[in-house]
Design a protein around this ligand. Structure first.
Ligand SMILES: Cc1cc2nc3c(=O)[nH]c(=O)nc-3n(C[C@H](O)[C@H](O)[C@H](O)COP(=O)(O)OP(=O)(O)OC[C@H]3O[C@@H](n4cnc5c(N)ncnc54)[C@H](O)[C@@H]3O)c2cc1C
Length: 531
């Protein structure tokens, strides 16, 4: 609010709350159906204000390609000007990485195309531990994959599960149109399996349940890898409420539906428009088709309570770090973490580090450590353009994404993960010998940018599979098929796996596992039931 984000309010002026997955109470603040977008605008405005005040110097269209560590302390970064290709050195007494999550390791995800792991991965290579890399959140409410041409998937906001009902036909391979399938031939599987939470079970539970139905042959749409998100009941319900509010009588069903559509339009109109534009279908008339997609990564750089990584002077904030969410993340909590890390933690904790640096004067970028890091960055960039192989960067990214989605996605098992590790190792070798990056290093070169990111994604992908293999229990977004109840629910094993897996980088494909035990002094941990 301090940033001017127009959060929804009740009639009386208090902030309004609504339900989100995983909770039975309404406790989420929101700004219509576009909370994230409004937050982004708020954050940009606040940043621009500081830029105008002279407190922040912006370097847009630059990519950080390495951190510089001098005598065990982080003293700067190496960045590439993406327009000119120039390599720059930037010095500082500390470095804060706020570089987001790594969901794009799966190639297809709801993340922005430019999201990547490079900054965090370079920090990892310089000594920062990477924690719980296999914990990925797969969001249940996304527009399904429609073909090989796609480079991105679209999230339909979780807010839609507030009112929409999720179902599949009771008959396998049912090719009828959804509106031709009568009520008693529909399986509202979330309401059936989880009567207490219904359509508002947490994301991992809803995603796995959709996969289970589709794998069993009940999926819908041409790919049969989709389920319905249906607003018909909500439209009718809202219509009836409007009739009551307006004191109308002798109203036909069509008029009730029209009134209900207006209410839904008011609440979710922008999301419905987006769906209609992408799929060519009218969600007011026919149920939307949805399927889970990679959305958020709970793993990231290990940090302590001061948000410091295992390298002195190197901090990680927001989705780039591993903290706060554990193996799962409830809706809207990235906002919570961004606010907490940025407003309430780092301004107070970084002082603890800087206080001891008070006698450290200006840090020169002429230090040999800067030269060495810069040379290494240049060497890698040159390797890409000089490789002159036969396959595009996207070819490797897609191949990696497929391995990750099939074997380290919504369900994982020992055999699949071991196979994936072998396949990723082979892909890494092929990448470095056969990638084709056109153009030169000292110009605007999008393929070169992507090559660096994919090289890091390949190494990260292998670590994610190793982490998933090590954790032979199911928890949150990490579902090991070997560890499930008779009803197919995730089964935790707190006795053995109650630890943060913090990996140390040794070499490409070689990492060392450090276990940070999870010790609860004030609460007793227990598995949750959503039944
Ligand atoms: C479609 C979608 C909807 C979402 N909706 C919600 C929601 O409603 N509520 C909620 O709480 N969360 C939501 N999330 C999650 C939330 O948006 C993210 O977790 C959050 O934005 C992460 O913030 P961040 O600042 O840590 O990273 P980001 O917002 O990802 O920002 C990272 C920045 O670092 C830059 N960067 C990355 N690498 C480098 C590099 N090497 N050099 C220079 N710059 C670099 C990136 O370009 C980017 O600008 C949503 C996410 C998506 C994808």
């Amino acid at each position: 609010m301090a940033q001017g984000v127009p959060f929804a309010r009740e009639y009386g002026g208090l902030l309004s709350n609504r339900s989100f997955g995983g909770t039975q109470v309404q406790r989420t603040f929101y700004a219509a159906g576009q909370t994230g977008q409004q937050l982004l605008l708020g954050a940009y405005s606040a940043l621009e204000r500081q830029v105008a005040l002279g407190n922040v110097e912006m370097h847009t269209r630059h990519e950080m390609l390495d951190v510089v560590v001098i005598d065990g302390k982080t003293r700067g970064i190496i960045a590439r000007n993406l327009i000119t290709g120039e390599i720059e050195r930037h010095a500082g007494h500390a470095v804060l990485l706020c570089t987001g999550g790594y969901g794009n390791v799966f190639y297809l995800s709801t993340n922005a195309m430019g999201s990547n792991v490079t900054a965090a991965w370079k920090a990892h290579k310089k000594g920062a531990f990477f924690a719980n890399p296999c914990f990925t959140q797969i969001h249940p409410t996304c527009i399904p994959v429609s073909g090989d041409h796609q480079s991105k998937l679209t999230l339909m906001s979780e807010s839609l599960r507030n009112d929409g009902r999720i179902w599949v036909p009771k008959k396998q391979n049912d090719d009828r149109k959804p509106i031709d399938i009568p009520e008693d031939e529909r399986d509202y599987y979330l309401e059936r399996r989880y009567p207490a939470f219904g359509n508002l079970v947490p994301r991992d539970v809803a995603s796995r349940a959709a996969k289970e139905r589709c794998d069993a042959g009940y999926g819908v749409g041409t790919s049969k890898m989709a389920v319905y998100l249906d607003y018909a009941a909500a439209i009718e319900r809202y219509g009836k409420i409007e009739v009551g509010k307006k004191g109308l009588s002798n109203i036909s069903k069509e008029e009730i539906i029209a009134l209900g559509k207006d209410v839904v339009k008011e609440k979710y109109g922008n999301l419905f428009d987006m769906y209609a534009k992408i799929t060519g279908e009218n969600p007011y008339e026919t149920p939307m088709r949805i399927y889970p997609a990679v959305h958020y990564t709970m793993g990231g750089l290990w940090v302590d309570y001061e948000l410091k990584t295992t390298v002195d002077g190197l901090y990680a904030l927001g989705e780039a770090n591993f903290s706060d969410h554990g193996a799962n993340r409830l809706g809207a909590s990235a906002l919570m973490q961004g606010l907490a890390d940025g407003y309430f933690v780092i301004p107070y904790t970084i002082g603890n580090y800087l206080a001891d640096e008070i006698r450290t004067g200006h840090i020169s970028t002429d230090h040999p450590a800067f030269l060495q890091a810069e040379n290494e960055v240049k060497e890698t960039l040159n390797k890409f353009v000089n490789c002159k192989g036969k396959k595009s960067v996207d070819y490797f990214h897609k191949a990696l994404g497929k391995i990750m989605w099939n074997d380290c996605g919504m369900a994982r098992n020992k055999e699949g993960l071991e196979k994936a590790i072998k396949e990723i190792k082979a892909l890494r070798t092929e990448f470095w010998n056969n990638v084709m990056v056109p153009g030169t290093v000292d110009e605007f070169n999008v393929e070169l940018e992507k090559a660096g990111r994919v090289a890091d994604f390949i190494e990260l992908g292998e670590l994610m599979c190793k982490d998933a293999l090590d954790r032979n229990e199911s928890c949150g977004g990490h579902f090991r098929e070997e560890s499930q109840t008779e009803e197919g629910e995730a089964e935790r094993n707190d006795e053995i796996y109650s630890y943060v897996a913090a990996w140390k980088y040794i070499n490409a494909g070689e990492s060392e596992l450090n276990k940070e035990p999870l010790i609860y002094e004030n609460i007793k941990i227990a598995a949750r039931s959503y039944k």
